[in-house]
Design a protein around this ligand. Sequence first.
Ligand code: SF4
Ligand code: SF4
Ligand code: FES
Length: 566
Amino acid sequence: MPTVYVNDKPVEIGTARLNCVQAAGLADTFVPHYCYHEALSVVASCRMCLVEVGERKPDGTVVMQPKVLPGCQTPVKDGTVVVTGDYAKRDQTQAALAYPADYVKGGQPGDRAKRAQADTLEGLLLNHPLDCPVCDKAGECKLQDYSYDYGRSESRMVDEKNQPPNKPGLSSKITLFTDRCIMCTRCVRFTREISGTAELMVNGRGHHEEIDTFPGRPLENKLAGNVVDLCPVGALGSKDFLYKQRVWYLKTVDQVCSRCSTGCSTHVDSNKDIVYRLRARENPLAQGHFMCDEGRYGYHFANSAERFVRPQVKRDGRFQPAPWAQVTPQLKQELSAAVQANARGVVAVLSPYLTVEEAFLLGSYFKGLSADVRLTLGPVPVVGEDDRYPKDVRGNAVEPTKFVIRAEKCPNRRGVEAVLTHLQGAVIPFADVAREALDALWFAGGYPEPGYAEAGIPSDWKAPALLVAQDLFPSLVTAAAKYVLPGTSSFEKEGTFVNHAGLAQSFGRAARPPVEARTELQLGYDLLGRRGLAQAAVVRAEVAGAVSWLAPLGGEVPANGVKLGD
Ligand code: SF4
Ligand code: SF4
Ligand code: FES
């Protein structure tokens, strides 16, 4: 088996084609890097990843290269020896390799790499403005982190720093602090290789190099926000987030984007129950490394002042607030009466924005009233067509596809369908029953745009006398309702979504629901007469035991999710 030695530790690399940075990762050794990114081409321009490289011969002797090499651009093969600047911190239980005498004469293994890294950082910091106190990236900046771990504490720079002007017009959503840029070109490569839109370029040469856009072509593609995540320093700033929070105040929870059926894995950053930022979470089973701007900036609805925040009951044509303690028993009693009178006339609409667990509890409650109550799948919003990247200069998608923004704008159609199939043997779209004269209708919404649900409702729709609307925002359904229950956004829930490809991802709660809003999971619990606080993991285990397709959700769900069968 091909073996590589990283700081004397042997690691088997199998058939993988790796560079020194990746091989070091396999050996649990971190090689700092700026310009290298797994999803982008290698340019080896920043020189932060310099390592000492050699070869171990079959007889055990080691031959080392005379100069340090960029680890990101140096492939490894059987017998490659990699010595990093952290060699002194190596695993002492590993026997040291037989390094040649002329190599150790000039310093201990790792000394050259360590010196080179410190020099690289000194060079990068020559013109860097060091405005960490006001920089959005402070606290998660690779220049800060690496300077602390690998740099020198003093600068020998005596000249004036180069201060090129900032470029707030780079895009409507992104600004460039030109003087903070370390010219790693990750952002440029992203627009050429992933979005394919190629708005960014390097203008000038040497000391005068600057990131810029082509005249009249601002950075406006639908994946553009990723360049802010990619920028290892604070040069590219998101206008949406700029100066709103210091990152150390933020609480980060791993979640799943709910704005389309791609189901991108995300980090949700919030403080005091307000969501401030979404970032892509790398997941090879879902979307890879990136996310789109629709999802990234599509969280503001959760912070909206227009949301329903407490239950309301219509009396004499006017909505009046009512406490849950009164509403829940009243609802149960009215629904039971309606089912006893005519179970076929009672319909529950389960939204494709509900989690698997919520759909299961709500569906179980209604089927528990009578097997004749019908469960339907709420309107599934579809906007345009799937949008594939990268694109060519004419805007046509080119193979191989690296990212897809899906036309289906909900996160969990497949999960809700699985629950519906289990509970009643078939998936009935709401449109199939919408024109019937119903006695009672429970409409679980949760659509981030009220228009999404309204588009699935016939224009001649007549609301039944007992209409319970559970939603985030006013819509034509909530306007016709007798009861309006506040819904919760995906940020305020815990649960599981199943994406277009059958990937089930479970996630935790990033923020608490506003005021008196109660999660749909808790409401399901309350309707079923269960006591205590609803926990998604408990319900998930129950679902896994009942629905065979969802059985893999029975144990601990891995962070990247589990792929369900077809
Ligand atoms: S703006 Fe950021 S990502 Fe782009 S080249 Fe400069 S440092 Fe790199
Ligand atoms: S592609 Fe879809 S799931 Fe991914 S970030 Fe965009 S809207 Fe969200
Ligand atoms: S990460 Fe290797 S040279 Fe930049």
